[in-house]
Design a protein around this ligand. Structure first.
Ligand code: SF4
Ligand code: MSK
Length: 651
């Protein structure tokens, strides 16, 4: 009956992006539900959303909603076991850190295993591509890069270095003693602070396991002690699993450098075979890129009536192949179903993380082959094809996938509707290219980052990252926050789906400087020819932001620690546990970090105050929450100004 029909999303209210609006309407016309409609039909639980529902044992779930009118006098809320709202919120929060840290770190482990195969020369598909990066990583992992021969220092054999580096790297996940070797890459005062606070991670896996133990029913019941372990696990992510993932990917796949491309659903082509890769790990997609560009496959596609093969990416797999090969970005996290609804997606190849199970239901309505590739990420629906990817047979697996997509081109049934919207982007930045493009060092000339921060042309630097969230208008928070920051001369470093949103809005072009930026940032960007928003890659590449900030500290003139810098972090539309882990390692590294949407701590005011305010005294960085994107940006700017004043560089 009409009155029982589910409430559908209003496309204009659901997204600021015209391509997305068009495709939501198209899905509704075809009677296919998308995340935007489901968000209308199902509202979140207010108790869970504020962090105060505990289901850690079967006497619960115990729900401790805030009393109407707030807490008057003593907060007497408690679960059956007596757990307070602070204990429950802290346990839930650090379990999110465990989820996020394990996702990033397990991704890192897979890359380390591929690196080991390459170092052992067990595979033809992967080689050491960047020996400079290998030497830098070897040094950070205490691997000798030279040898003494007859009293002379000589360069050590590169194969030997690679092998020992791979062993040392893999050891970081499970070594029985010591601490993570990368922690010493941080500025010395930061390392010493972590040591004093007792939060130096011992190995990556242990810190995550310990969270699961401590949050088990009846173990750790002090929110301060719980978040201390959350801090240790988050550091194991940012300065461990994620940083190793980034570095080892650079060694095996190449370190990105600025590259031009395009973004949004309009990159798909009606007369081409469209293959969309989605997820996070570049281990397979790197090979899919190579195979899809091979003359053999291009000829095969032409034989089948297509003009060529168009590859496109979604989420961070997109960011990985964009950074290194300029493959255009098809969509953000929230647009994944829409890519299939174009009717032109011949294969969607997914690996791990951020993949909607509903893709299978949407694919059923079209000819799209939905292919899962990872042993830890399968789908129950029977139309999903599982081609398990294995680094030892990488080329064969990738050929099978690309061929399957080409064979599927002729099966398109529904009328194809690809939105025409797409924007140009320049991506591929990293620590090395920031240094290179801004004068070849971080300090000492008219062009360098530190000098431009000190002279005030650049007011500060913001790391704006993270997902989309169907509980808030798609891309609105991302774009409003970033535009407000650059308008106020704050240089933005971006990763993840924020980077994709910025690309779709044209903010990742040098030309954006003259349109959107304040006078200081415009001058810098126009002088050196960079965009005001620099795309640093995928979610694990947030580690590049940590290392860039470390280089700024080392170059001098802006304090001695990361917490002295005029910088701030933000995730305006976060949704994943990984975002909480990233947010927390930013905070523990000394960065003021603001999230939008909401945080699952609001139901526990004492715990919230601890990580929002007390944490600044402990770590120099702290959490904040601001849903209004303009206020969100101005809170970051106020913090940047506070740091400028403390440094004596406010004018
Ligand atoms: Fe309830 Fe305590 Fe069990 Fe949590 S651990 S569900 S608060 S009894
Ligand atoms: S993909 S974690 S939605 S940024 Fe890394 Fe985007 Fe968030 Fe996934």
């Amino acid at each position: 009956k009409a009155d029982k029909a589910p409430k559908l999303a209003d496309p204009i209210k659901a997204s600021i992006d015209p391509a997305t609006q068009q495709m939501i309407a198209r899905a509704q016309e075809l009677g296919i539900d998308t995340v935007f409609d489901r968000a209308e039909a199902m509202k979140p639980c207010a108790i869970g959303a504020t962090g105060i529902c505990c289901k850690n044992c079967s006497m619960g779930p115990c729900r401790l909603p805030l009393p109407k009118g707030g807490i008057v006098g003593e907060d007497t809320r408690k679960g059956l076991c007596g757990a307070t709202p602070n204990t429950i919120a802290a346990r839930n929060f650090i379990r999110m850190i465990a989820g996020g840290a394990s996702a990033h770190s397990d991704h890192g482990r897979s890359v380390a295993e591929v690196f080991m195969s390459a170092a052992r020369k067990e595979t033809d598909a992967y080689q050491i591509k960047d020996t400079q990066k290998l030497l830098a990583v070897a040094e950070a992992l205490d691997v000798a890069t030279t040898v003494e021969v007859d009293g002379e220092t000589k360069a050590r054999d590169m194969d030997e270095i690679a092998l020992e580096t791979a062993e040392k790297a893999l050891n970081e996940w499970g070594k029985s003693e010591g601490e993570l070797l990368y922690l010493k890459r941080a500025p010395k005062p930061r390392y010493e602070l972590w040591k004093k606070m007792g939060v130096l991670p011992r190995n990556i896996d242990r810190e995550i396991v310990e969270i699961m133990h401590r949050t088990h029913m009846g173990v750790d019941q002090d929110y301060r002690n719980l978040i201390k372990q959350g801090t240790r696990a988050a550091l194991a992510d940012g300065w461990g699993g994620s940083m190793l993932a980034t570095d080892l990917q650079d060694i095996v796949f190449g370190t990105p450098s600025p590259i031009q491309s395009e973004a949004n659903l309009g990159i798909m082509k009606e007369d081409h075979v469209n293959i969309i890769v989605h997820g996070h790990e570049p281990v397979l997609s790197e090979i899919v890129v190579a195979v899809a560009q091979s003359p053999e496959m291009l000829d095969y596609a032409k034989k089948k009536g297509a003009k060529g093969i168009q590859l496109g990416g979604i989420c961070c797999t997109a960011n990985e192949i964009l950074q290194r090969h300029g493959i255009p970005t098809a969509a953000t996290f929230l647009q994944q179903e829409l890519a299939i609804i174009t009717g032109a997606c011949d294969a969607m190849v997914v690996d791990i993380q951020c993949i909607f199970q509903n893709l299978a239901n949407v694919a059923k309505c079209f000819h799209t082959k939905l292919i899962t590739t990872h042993p830890i990420a399968k789908m129950e629906q029977d139309n999903v094809i599982h081609i398990e990817f294995d680094e030892h047979h990488a080329l064969d697996d990738a050929k099978k996938i690309v061929k399957m997509a080409i064979d599927n081109f002729e099966n398109r049934k529904t009328e194809v509707m690809i939105p025409r919207h797409k924007a140009a982007q320049v991506a591929g930045f990293g620590v090395e290219s920031i240094e290179y493009h801004l004068g070849g060092s971080f300090r000492g000339t008219f062009y360098t980052l530190n000098d431009n921060i000190i002279n005030g042309r650049i007011r500060g630097v913001a790391g704006v990252v993270g997902c989309n969230n169907a509980r808030t208008r798609h891309n609105e928070g991302h774009i409003t926050v970033v535009k407000e920051l650059i308008k106020n001369d704050v240089l933005v470093l971006t990763t993840g789906c924020n980077a994709i949103a910025c690309a779709m809005e044209g903010l990742l072009t040098p030309e954006a400087a003259g349109v959107y930026c304040g006078p200081g940032l415009t001058e810098v960007c126009e002088t050196v020819g960079i965009p005001p928003v620099l795309h640093l890659g995928s979610c694990v590449d947030n580690s590049r932001i940590l290392l860039a900030a470390t280089e700024v500290v080392k170059a001098g003139g802006l304090g001695n620690d990361l917490s002295d810098l005029p910088v701030a972090g933000s995730a305006p539309e976060w949704m994943s546990e990984k975002a909480i882990s990233i947010g927390h390692y930013f905070v523990a590294s000394g960065v003021y970090t603001v999230f939008g949407v909401g945080l699952p701590v609001e139901g526990a005011p004492v715990f919230q105050n601890y990580i929002f305010n007390e944490f600044e005294k402990l770590y120099g960085g702290m959490w904040d929450l601001e849903i209004d994107p303009i206020k969100h940006a101005h809170k970051m700017i106020a913090h940047i100004d506070k740091k400028r004043k403390a440094l004596g560089i406010d004018k």
